[in-house]
Design a protein around this ligand. Structure first.
Ligand SMILES: Cc1cc2nc3c(=O)[nH]c(=O)nc-3n(C[C@H](O)[C@H](O)[C@H](O)COP(=O)(O)O)c2cc1C
Length: 194
């Protein structure tokens, strides 16, 4: 069993990372192979809309994107998480998601697509963090991460939201939320174990 976390924040000790680590904790305790990456450590350029991936499942732009997709290919479970930047995911996360256009194909017409991971039983948890406590301030962060994951064929089993966290690491004081995140991580582990 392999689990990969993908973080859209550049704050290594940030709230998103602590939330991710709580989700990963149960699997780590069981000795599962877990890899955590920050998209900001990779050079991933913008999708150019060239349609070069339209028949190949592969993006033709040569940068670090292929390295990250290889990790997704090899993982059984994915934790995809981002802080909210202006009501949405960070630009690192958005560039990654846009480049994953190569992970869907339109075999018949433009109205129906298939995701690369459809039928693979790869499972996913999505997570988002924002500063404001009012739910609307998270914007589309959570729905974008979740809808995207479903589109590429991942089975999104749960979503975890952290509202009201500004300073890096302040989320650690919210024991209830981190406990909920651990429960989600336990569910992820239990599902992958079967
Ligand atoms: C450029 C920028 C834009 C932000 N936009 C929002 C926003 O629209 N809504 C919100 O509630 N918080 C917003 N925030 C606050 C972050 O989501 C918050 O500080 C979060 O805890 C950062 O997560 P991290 O520690 O994992 O990086 C913004 C922060 C930055 C730097």
């Amino acid at each position: 069993m392999k689990i990969l976390s993908i973080n859209g924040s550049r704050r290594k000790q940030g709230n998103t990372e602590f939330l991710i680590q709580s989700i990963l904790a149960p699997a780590k305790k069981k000795g599962v192979q877990v890899e955590s990456i920050f998209l900001g450590d990779y050079s991933i350029g913008a999708c150019t809309g060239c349609e070069g991936c339209s028949r190949s499942w592969e993006c033709i732009i040569k940068d670090d994107f292929a390295q990250v997709v290889k990790k997704v290919d090899e993982a059984d479970g994915i934790v995809l998480a981002s802080p909210t930047y202006w009501y949405s995911v960070t630009s690192d996360m958005k560039r990654f998601i846009d480049r994953c256009y190569s992970l869907i194909q339109f075999p018949v017409n433009r109205k129906k697509w298939i995701g690369k991971y459809q039928g693979t039983e790869k499972v996913c948890v999505t997570a988002a963090v924002c500063e404001q406590s009012e739910a609307s301030m998270i914007g589309n962060t959570m729905s974008l991460l979740t809808d995207f994951s479903k589109d590429i064929g991942l089975d999104v089993i749960e979503t975890v939201k952290g509202l009201g966290f500004f300073e890096a690491g302040s989320i650690r004081a919210d024991h209830n939320l981190l406990q909920k995140a651990e429960t989600t991580g336990q569910n992820l582990f239990d599902l992958l174990k079967r």
